[in-house]
Write a new protein. Structure first.
Length: 432
């Protein structure tokens, strides 16, 4: 069969959105190309007939779940009957060519996997985000470079995800407050949703530990309130913050309350939720990567390890043991054998070490102090529970720091702790 002359490539293609729901789409071929494309036809609600002697296991799964009808044989002309759209995706050029020609004779648009520009249609580089589909293609033949299209598509979708494209224009974003967890410090460690919420905000109320580099990326008309610069003490400041976010939301603004780590982990986030609820302000939460897990991980310390620890306790050390307002049962904590992650504990570390030793933790228990985790100034100081007080002063440890106490530190740094048995059996006999 001789291919008919296709419309001249001098003309650009005509973009159109096909509504395939309930309409027959014929896919000829069952290999990797079909595997990549079939889910997009499924997502469009198409009625898919796939013709191929063999299919990949992934396609077989789609057949099994009833999303695709599979005819296990080679292509037959009648397969085109009733089709609205065709994809020729076999590894046999002649078959693809035949499918394409027959489709054209019947005025059914067809894409060809082996030669994107030899058929009546071709698939653009496609991406979706939050109800928007982006399709990128070069206009004329000379511009049709699939890698370039894919790379432009990736940039656009990333921009949509991060809110650098189109975020401010979303009229359907109602006024209200969103608590955004910024992660432990490295701006790369905020979530995609968190970043987008910042970009869409009219007002960002930022904390001292929130990743500040992200503020520089905000649109120029975003108002930023730096909470670290608010006057007066801590509790007065919390009241001020509550008032700022509530008043702004009541005035019709979109407010992002931006904190380090996760807003609910020693972040007073729920106080802000309650203040919003009390004022009738809609409030949502975007969780952040919290420092007690992320900072040890970045420093190469697993907070749990099979056969070493079956418990992990995250504790605030902002009040010393014995303080009348302390809610921590330090004695009970000392009797546990697993990992303790101490936050806000630099000042009280000597007293905490003392109470843990008194309660039964061995002086040789490995300890890691990770300061400025995930930031360019990050440093890890290794010591033992017995030596912790001296190390804090000797090394000039300053907040923010995460102090990890337990055998997992020895697992992470075996060369350092070879001569420091913690006194606990590491339980290798009963590994889960
Ligand atoms: C008020 S708490 C806030 C915790 C935060 N909401 C979170 O989920 O990570 C502050 C404490 O978190 C810890 N912290 C937060 N970011 C840290 C970082 N990048 N490196 C070390 N410690 C950090 C320190 O113990 C610090 O004193």
């Amino acid at each position: 069969m001789t291919p008919p002359p296709h419309a001249s490539d001098d003309f650009p293609t005509y973009p159109s959105g096909l509504r395939l729901a309930g309409r027959k789409v014929l896919v000829v071929g069952g290999g990797n190309v079909a595997q990549r494309r079939v889910p997009t036809f499924i997502a469009a609600g198409a009625d898919i007939l796939l013709v191929s002697p063999e299919v990949t296991p992934a396609i077989e799964g789609l057949v099994g779940s009833g999303e695709v009808t599979w005819s296990q044989r080679g292509f037959e002309d009648a397969d085109l009957d009733g089709a609205w759209y065709v994809m020729a995706a076999t590894d046999d050029v002649e078959v693809n060519e035949r499918v394409s020609l027959l489709a054209e004779q019947q005025r059914i648009f067809c894409v060809r996997a082996d030669d994107a520009y030899a058929a009546t249609a071709f698939t653009p580089a496609v991406g979706t985000h939050d109800g928007v589909t982006v399709a990128v293609m070069g206009s004329a033949a000379a511009d049709r470079n699939p890698r370039r299209s894919a790379s432009i598509r990736d940039d656009i979708v990333a921009g949509l995800r991060e809110g650098t494209i189109g975020g401010r224009q979303r009229a359907d974003r109602p006024a209200g407050v969103v608590l955004v967890g910024g992660g432990p410090g490295d701006p790369e460690l905020i979530s995609v949703a968190g970043r987008a919420a910042l970009m869409q905000a009219d007002l960002v109320v930022a904390d001292r530990l929130a990743p500040r580099e992200l503020l520089a990326e905000l649109p120029s008309d975003t108002e930023i309130v730096d909470v670290a610069k608010l006057p007066r003490g801590r509790s007065a400041t919390q009241d001020q913050i509550n008032r700022i976010i509530v008043d702004a939301a009541l005035a019709g603004r979109r407010v992002a309350r931006f904190k380090g780590g996760d807003n609910f982990v020693f972040g007073r986030g729920f106080e802000e939720v309650l203040a919003c609820r009390e004022a009738g302000v809609p409030v949502t939460v975007i969780p952040g990567i919290s420092s007690p897990l992320a900072v040890p991980a970045i420093a190469g310390i697993p907070v749990t390890h099979r056969g070493v620890t079956h418990d992990l306790t995250i504790v605030s050390g902002h009040l010393p043991p014995g303080h009348p307002e302390s809610l921590v049962q330090w004695g009970a904590l000392a009797s546990l054998r697993g990992t303790i992650v101490l936050m806000m504990a630099v000042d009280n570390a000597p007293m905490i070490a003392e109470v843990l030793l008194r309660g039964g933790r061995a002086a040789g228990t490995p300890v890691a102090i990770v300061c400025d985790g995930t930031m360019p100034t990050e440093r890890t100081v290794l010591t033992t529970l017995g030596e912790l007080p001296l190390t804090i002063t000797g090394e000039g440890v300053k907040p923010p720091a995460i102090i990890v106490v337990g055998d997992v530190v020895g697992v992470a740094f075996p060369e350092r702790f070879a001569g420091h048995p913690s006194g606990h059996s590491s339980g290798h006999s009963d590994r889960p």
